[in-house]
Write a new protein. Structure first.
Length: 317
């Protein structure tokens, strides 16, 4: 071996060096129709909105719905309250139908109050956009259009909540099918063209069912304790009863959610009594039931204040 050969460095072993510009292999996600569920849902909602918001001025002033004519008369007599405390005072509130000689008013106060304030807001907004407004929305006939618009809007939201319920309980396909049936339901479309309380009660009832499903943990891989769903359940129940008092039996769903959550956690009567984990979960559902019931009562007191007698009425009796 020569000296030159001895001084030459040994060649490094051959290693595969990737080219700097060589793109990394892209991972392909498997195709799923669920990715199109949002688009399909939007199409269903667009169709439902067309059915509900088209022809809201129909009737030509003939008042074919007796309840609507009565509600228009009541709404036109009501006035916004000067303060929150005046709103709560049954004997003095200008939003109380009984204070404007409408003693036969047996509907919910919450939809009526929202409609009255919405009409005032729409009328003020029309001062800046007079070209877009066809009438004064806090007038007698204007309140009809305001009430019909809100009735259609809450029913459109019912279609969306129906999808969420079906998706949680079964699958996204079931949710879309349920939303389609609700969106094309003739009775719901008809009620959306009247200023009544029916669609309000239907919306908050459906929302109550959805929050009950979430509180019970349906659709979750492992049911977790989530207090906010119990709070929303109480809120939905309170507003539903404030729209129509005859939906009060919906309150039983609070207990059903509590039992369902315990069952989904794998508990039995024995585990609830004899294990610390079961005892903790039992305390949680009791807290959830109490919170939902308390929230519903507070919301009902605020949204349906004229179901309660104030000090002035109590003294006069």
């Amino acid at each position: 071996m020569t000296i030159v050969e001895e001084n030459q460095p040994e060649s490094a072993p051959d290693t595969a060096v990737p080219e700097p510009n060589e793109p990394a292999a892209a991972t392909k996600r498997p195709f799923s129709w669920e990715t199109f569920s949002l688009l399909i849902l939007l199409l269903i909602l667009a169709m439902a909105a067309y059915f509900r918001f088209t022809g809201l001025t129909w009737g030509e002033g003939n008042f074919l719905h007796p309840d609507e004519f009565f509600l228009m008369d009541v709404a036109s007599r009501l006035q916004p309250a000067e303060s929150f405390f005046q709103y709560l005072r049954t004997s003095d509130s200008p939003l109380n139908p009984y204070n404007v000689d409408k003693g036969f008013y047996v509907y919910g106060n919450f939809p009526m109050t929202v409609t009255r304030y919405f009409a005032e807001w729409a009328t003020q907004a029309c001062t800046n956009f007079a070209d877009l407004c066809s009438q004064t929305y806090n007038s007698f006939y204007g309140l009809q259009q305001s009430g019909r618009f809100l009735s259609a809007l809450v029913d459109l939201l019912t279609v969306f909540i129906t999808f969420l319920v079906g998706r949680r309980l079964y699958s996204w396909q079931a949710g879309l099918l349920a939303a389609f049936f609700q969106g094309t339901a003739v009775m719901a479309i008809q009620q959306s063209h009247f200023f009544t309380m029916d669609n309000w009660a239907a919306f908050f009832t459906t929302l109550g069912v959805y929050t009950a499903v979430r509180a019970a943990g349906f659709g979750d891989e492992k049911p977790k304790w989530q207090l906010h769903w119990w709070i929303l359940l109480g809120l939905s129940l309170g507003l539903a009863v404030s729209s129509r008092i005859n939906v009060a039996p919906l309150a039983i769903i609070i207990n059903i959610s509590a039992v369902a959550w315990l069952v989904r956690r794998g508990h039995t009567r024995q585990s609830l009594r004899q294990t610390s984990h079961g005892s903790l979960d039992l305390q949680r559902v009791i807290l959830g039931v109490l919170v939902a019931a308390t929230v519903s009562l507070v919301v009902f007191r605020l949204a349906q204040p004229y179901a309660f007698a104030d000090a002035t009425i109590a003294r006069s009796e």
